[in-house]
Design a protein around this ligand. Structure first.
Ligand SMILES: Nc1ncnc2c1ncn2[C@@H]1O[C@H](COP(=O)(O)OP(=O)(O)OP(=O)(O)O)[C@@H](O)[C@H]1O
Ligand SMILES: [Mg+2]
Length: 350
C-alpha cells in the first residue's frame, strides 16, 4: 500500500514555545550554521593580514589554554606563555567572528559552553544566578557571542558571572553585538566592550579582525522575493516531499514575536527546513524591527532558508532605522536575509 504524503504547512503564529533552564543549558553548543566551523575552514583574506594573524593567534592560544601536560601541544617548561583569561573578538559584521568563536570552542575540552549573551541571560532568568554559577563553575571555556549592552542590569550580571568564572579558572571568548549609537565603524566596539565590563577589562585581550563582509553582500544586493502563486507552489512542493515547512503573514508574525521572549525565537523554528513569509512590507516601528532582526539571527544560526512575497526582506527596515543608532543591526540583518533568501547560505553542515 502506498501512502500519500499530505503537505503539512505549519504556522509560526500557532507556536508559543516555552523553554526550561535545562533546555537552555542543553542548547549551549554552537548552532547548526557553525557546527563545522574550524580554524582550518577559515580562509583568511590575503588583503587583510589581521585575519591570518587572528587565526594564528587563536590557534596558539587554544594550545596554551587547553594543552594537556605532556600532550602533543604542551609547550614544555621553556616557553611559559602568559595569557589573559579572556579574548574579545572585535570586527565588523560578516568578518568571521562567530566562525572563529565556534572554532575555539571546538578545540576545548569539556566542560565547555557556547551561547549568545541572550541565551546566558535567559538561563540565569530561568534557573537563578546562584544555580548557574554552580553549573558553569568548572567550565574550561565559555564562549559568548553578541555581548549586549542594551540593559545595564544584564551587562553587570554577566560581568559578575565572568569574573567568578575567571577566578575559578575558566577561559572566556566573547564577541559583541553592536552597541547602540556605535555608528559606522566596528572599531569603537572594543572600547565600548572594555568600558562596559570595566571591572573585568584587564582580563581581556582584544583581537581585531579587519575585512569586508564574507557574505559579500554589498548593500545594493537584495533579498529574493516571489509572486504569490510561485510562493504557494514552492511551499506545497517542499511540504509534500516531507520537509518541515511554515508559512505566515509577515504582519501576523511580527505581532506574534511581540508575545514571546526573544530567547524563545530559536525554539519557534524547531523541525523546520524552510520558512515562508507572505506579504513582507517596510516597517517603521523600531521595536518591531528589532524583534524581527533577532528572529533573523535565529533563522541564520539554524541555517533555515526563507522564501517570501512582498517587498524584498532586505528592504523592510526603513530609512530612519538605517540611519539611526541600531543601523548596524539592521544592515547585518539585511545581509543575512540576502543569504537566507538566495540559497547562498554558507552551509557547513555537509
Ligand atoms: N575567512 C573566512 N573563511 C571561511 N568562512 C568564513 C570566513 N569569514 C566568514 N566566513 C563564513 O561567513 C559567514 C559569516 O561569518 P560570521 O557569521 O562568522 O561573521 P561575524 O563576524 O560573526 O558576522 P555577524 O556580524 O553576522 O555576526 C559564516 O558562515 C562564516 O563561516
Ligand atoms: Mg556573528
Amino acid at each position: 500500500m502506498t501512502q500519500e504524503r499530505t503537505a503539512v504547512i505549519v504556522r509560526l503564529v500557532d507556536r508559543s514555545p516555552s523553554i526550561t533552564g535545562e533546555e537552555i543549558l542543553a542548547s549551549l553548543v554552537p548552532p547548526r550554521q557553525f557546527a563545522h566551523a574550524r580554524f582550518e575552514t577559515y580562509l583568511p583574506n590575503p588583503e587583510f593580514a589581521a585575519q591570518a594573524q587572528a587565526v594564528e593567534h587563536l590557534t596558539e592560544l587554544s594550545h596554551t589554554w587547553f594543552a594537556r601536560p605532556g600532550g602533543l601541544f604542551h609547550r614544555g617548561p621553556h616557553h611559559p606563555a602568559v595569557t589573559k583569561p579572556g579574548i574579545y573578538l572585535d570586527g565588523g559584521f560578516g568578518v568571521g567572528k562567530t566562525h572563529l568563536l565556534a572554532a575555539v570552542w571546538h578545540t576545548a575540552p569539556e566542560p565547555k559552553y557556547y551561547g549568545t549573551f541572550m541565551q546566558y541571560t535567559a538561563l540565569i532568568g530561568a534557573l537563578g544566578y546562584a544555580e548557574v554559577i554552580e553549573l558553569l563553575r568548572d567550565a574550561r571555556l565559555l564562549c559568548i557571542d553578541e555581548f549586549e549592552f542594551d540593559d545595564p542590569g544584564d551587562t553587570m550580571m554577566m560581568t559578575r558571572l565572568l569574573s567568578e568564572l575567571v577566578a575559578s579558572g575558566s577561559k572566556i571568548v566573547a564577541t559583541s553585538n553592536t552597541p547602540p549609537n556605535a555608528l559606522g565603524q566596528g572599531r569603537f566596539a572594543a572600547g565600548d566592550f572594555l568600558r562596559e565590563i570595566q571591572a573585568m577589562s584587564d582580563s581581556f585581550e582584544v583581537i581585531r579582525i579587519e575585512g569586508p563582509d564574507y557574505r559579500r553582500r554589498d548593500l545594493t544586493r537584495r533579498a529574493a522575493t516571489m509572486g504569490v502563486q510561485e510562493y504557494e507552489r514552492a511551499l506545497t512542493g517542499l511540504a509534500s516531499r516531507g520537509a518541515g515547512v511554515s508559512s505566515d503573514d509577515f504582519d501576523a508574525l511580527i505581532e506574534h514575536l511581540a508575545t514571546l521572549h526573544p530567547s524563545r525565537y530559536g525554539k519557534l523554528l524547531e523541525g523546520l527546513q524552510v520558512v515562508g513569509l507572505a506579504g513582507a512590507r517596510v516597517t517603521h516601528e523600531q521595536m518591531e524591527a528589532l524583534r524581527f532582526a533577532v528572529f533573523v539571527d535565529r533563522l541564520y544560526d539554524s541555517a533555515i532558508p526563507v522564501i517570501a512575497t512582498g517587498v524584498p526582506l532586505s528592504d523592510v527596515f526603513d530609512e530612519t532605522m538605517l540611519t539611526g543608532g541600531y543601523r548596524k543591526k539592521y544592515l547585518r540583518a539585511s545581509s543575512r536575509l540576502v543569504a537566507l533568501t538566495t540559497g547562498e547560505l554558507v552551509d557547513q553542515t555537509q
